[in-house]
Design a protein around this ligand. Structure first.
Ligand code: CU
Length: 298
């Protein structure tokens, strides 16, 4: 006959000690983990965000043009929505059970005139506002590359988009792209504040689209073509770079960081980075020399 071995009942005091120790460990673990991660590392400021239900804050000089068109269009849409809903509610209330239904083709002169007048009013007011202002904004700001290029502090950047990263290139002190002093970064676009930044970009594989929501700037990267855009940041900070064209399996990973720096910090960083490039330059590494001669208007 085998003897039954019963586990010794744990004392109540012992249970309390174990529970308290476990609770303490849970509280302390994040603190210990955080302390380990910050030892000696510089703290990186977080990316600028938004309020989650509208566009993120605009930090560019000309972004207000986009915002103002969005706001005016939204205003017209809300007014028309309110009119239509009121009209429908009134119709429901007025035409109740005792109202005799009438069949109407709606092709009387009065109805046709009203329909055409309403359509024309919507077309000219809403679409007309968009057409006139976007054409003007394009002319005086977004496509005025000559003005951006003529500023002495302008910065030229070349970007090569590929699955799934952004290669960024600056010309370095010699001012010529694809030479040994070029600064090349990965998913890391640094620019000075209060200076026009001109970007020329292409793609090596499929369609991508660089999107800088805080700068209200976006343009497609098309294989075989060099597209361009320019903007000017007026606040320092770290901002998101996203790809706005679905470009394959890891499209969601195609993110970068735009850092807007004070002009002197940018100059110091560029000088350091260019000196490193000269040391690391390998003339045989043809894949690394993807830059092109800067394209200017004729
Ligand atoms: Cu992409």
């Amino acid at each position: 006959m085998t003897a039954m071995i019963r586990p010794r009942p744990r004392s109540r005091a012992m249970s309390w000690v174990c529970a308290t120790a476990a609770a303490l460990a849970v509280q302390l673990l994040p603190i210990i983990a955080r302390a380990g991660s910050v030892s000696g590392e510089p703290t990186v400021p977080p990316l600028a965000g938004g309020n989650g239900w509208s566009l993120p804050p605009d930090v560019s000089v000309d972004g207000w043009r986009i915002d103002s068109l969005l706001r005016s269009t939204m205003f017209f849409v809300v007014v028309m929505f309110a009119i239509m809903v009121t009209w429908m509610v009134l119709a429901c209330v007025k035409h109740g059970r005792h109202h005799k239904a009438e069949y109407d083709h709606g092709d009387g002169k009065k109805q046709i005139t009203f329909a055409l007048g309403l359509s024309a009013a919507i077309f000219f007011v809403v679409d007309g506002n968009l057409f006139v202002n976007s054409t003007w904004d394009t002319h005086v700001a977004f496509w005025d590359f000559a003005r951006a290029e003529s500023q002495p502090n302008r910065v030229r950047v070349q970007i090569n988009a590929r699955q799934w990263a952004w290669d960024v290139r600056y010309a370095g002190p010699d001012g010529t792209f694809n030479t040994e002093d070029d600064i090349v970064t990965l998913n890391d676009l640094r620019i000075p504040v209060d200076a026009p930044v001109i970007i020329q970009l292409t793609s090596t594989d499929v369609l991508h689209s660089i999107y800088l929501p805080h700068l209200r700037a976006k343009i497609d990267a098309v294989p075989g073509t060099v597209n361009r855009l320019w903007f000017q940041a007026q606040k320092t900070g770290r901002f998101e770079i996203a790809c706005a064209q679905h470009c394959g399996m890891a499209h969601y990973k195609m993110a970068g960081v735009l850092t807007v720096m004070p002009a002197d910090e940018f100059a110091a960083w560029a000088a350091r980075a260019s000196a490193n490039s000269v040391q690391a330059y390998d003339p045989k590494d043809k894949d690394a020399h993807w830059g092109w001669p800067w394209r200017t208007e004729k």
